[in-house]
Design a protein around this ligand. Structure first.
Ligand code: ATP
Length: 450
């Protein structure tokens, strides 16, 4: 079932693959498998295969590079998934982290009331006015800590990574002696008992988030909010997302969460319509204040200029790793005619996102070629994500690399034995250039850009 009715303003998408095409390529090529498949699968859970895990790692590494390593004002954190239950009382999750749940009396399907179409019909069985009254359903996964299942030991799997950052605000501030503005970034798993998971990896109950809390002087919060919207949008564009498939969605005041003074989502044009990739919110001082109240600890910042304790405002870009990876996969998907007029399927990943960056292909499996090809592979392996493949014809191997989005193939042929040179073939243009093996690492670096 789609997560939301497609946005009527969505332009036609002739250039985009259907979700079925993506799901099937993902399985066939080893990006994403249905979880526990040999037991018939497990509702809306997915496992990332050898290409998927590299894609996801690249997404996270690019985020970490842009948000932490390349910035002077942001540090990282890795907080525990299990936290004191009081955290969720203070944050409002026990009270407010709910979705309105309705059941269709005719077909018994469950829906989120806020995602139903307006025509009064069940999206599953088309029965009219068949929905029950809505009930608020808390999305947090409960669990028990320790061997005895008693109330005192009840805990929750975190539904977002952000709270781990807020409760460590004081620790980070004192241990790193930061001055405002500064940020704390974190990547990690979150869990939500979603009523209607679906659309492949877009909405699942276990997923990974990349969140950053940027603490600022309260009066500078609106300006920083705008700046972070720009920066986050640019991150997707720099990594190759088609600008026509990315847009901003400014939340109207009535749609804002209880903690937010302003939220703008970055949306991607998924095959089912525009949908959220990432939210960038001005969370005000809500979180630090509520944790100060509930914990009895002072969570504030001493402003040397005014000699006053202030509670900073916070700007939060909150992205999903799985959603970003899915958007990169969909955006990269391309079908072009090859030189014979047949369809050539390729994933035009940005080289930094591509799950394999260079493939080494001996022209054929041959005992004379293999040692040299292996040496070439050994020279490339420390620098990039690489692969070696000597099975099947060279044409089929090029196609296979195209279909997993490998930007460069390095072919070792019989001439290589004499001239100590190899051919670099580019995925998108299919152009081939001959380079000496001695200069291969530099030539590849030149072409990939890193
Ligand atoms: P939605 O409205 O789609 O439920 P949200 O607004 O509740 O999402 P946030 O709480 O802002 O989401 O979480 C930040 C990001 O985490 C989202 O933009 C998304 O990329 C990711 N995310 C949230 N829920 C899920 C989920 N169930 N599956 C995969 N990713 C998710």
């Amino acid at each position: 079932m789609p997560d939301a009715a497609p946005d009527p303003a969505t332009p036609p998408t002739p250039d985009q693959p259907s979700l079925d095409v993506i799901v099937s390529l993902a399985k066939r090529r080893g990006f994403v498998f249905p979880s526990s498949e040999i037991y018939g699968g497990f509702a809306s859970t997915w496992d990332y295969g050898p290409y998927g895990v590299e894609l996801k790692r690249n997404v996270k590494e690019q985020w970490w590079r842009a948000m932490v390593r390349e910035r002077p004002d942001i540090v990282g954190l890795d907080a525990a998934i299990l936290m004191a239950p009081k955290v969720w009382e203070a944050s409002g999750h026990i009270q407010n982290f709910t979705d309105p749940l309705v059941d269709c009396k005719a077909c018994k399907q469950r829906f989120r009331e806020d995602q139903l179409p307006n025509d009064g019909r069940c999206p599953n069985c088309a029965a009219e006015h068949s929905m029950t009254e809505s009930r608020q359903f808390n999305l947090m996964f409960g669990t028990h800590v320790g061997p005895v299942q008693e109330d005192a030991a009840r805990a929750f799997l975190r539904p977002e990574t952000a709270q781990g950052i807020f409760v460590n605000f004081e620790n980070v501030l004192t241990s790193t002696r930061r001055r405002l503005p500064f940020g704390i970034a974190q990547i990690g798993k979150s869990f939500r008992n979603e009523i209607t998971p679906g659309n492949f990896t877009f909405r699942t109950r276990e997923f990974e988030q990349m969140e950053m809390e940027f603490f600022v002087q309260p009066d500078s919060a609106p300006e920083w909010h705008e700046r972070w919207i720009d920066l986050r949008e640019q991150w997707y564009l720099d990594l190759g997302i088609d600008p026509n498939n990315l847009r901003r969605d400014v939340h109207p005041p009535e749609k804002l969460s209880h903690y937010s003074a302003g939220t703008t989502d970055l949306q991607y044009r998924f095959p089912w319509g525009w949908d959220e990739l990432e939210g960038i919110a001005n969370r005000t001082d809500f979180d630090l204040k509520t944790h100060a109240e509930h914990s009895g600890k002072r969570l504030s910042y001493f402003d040397n200029d005014t000699n006053e304790h202030i509670v900073p405002y916070v700007i939060e870009p909150a992205a999903g790793v799985d959603r970003a990876a899915l958007a990169f996969l969909i955006d990269a998907y391309t079908v072009e005619p090859d030189e014979k007029g047949n369809d050539r399927t390729l994933l035009k990943f940005h080289p930094r996102i591509a799950p394999t960056q260079v493939a080494v292909l001996p022209l054929s499996r041959n005992e004379k070629l293999s040692p040299l090809a292996q040496d070439v592979w050994t020279a490339l392996r420390p620098h990039w994500i690489t692969q070696y493949d000597e099975t099947q014809s060279i044409g089929r191997r090029y196609r296979r690399q195209d279909e997993v989005g490998t930007p460069l193939c390095v072919t070792v042929d019989f001439d290589s034995l004499d001239d100590q040179a190899v051919t670099i073939r580019e995925r998108d243009s299919q152009e081939q250039v001959r380079v000496p093996i001695a200069g291969l690492v530099d030539a590849v670096r030149d072409k990939l850009g890193f």
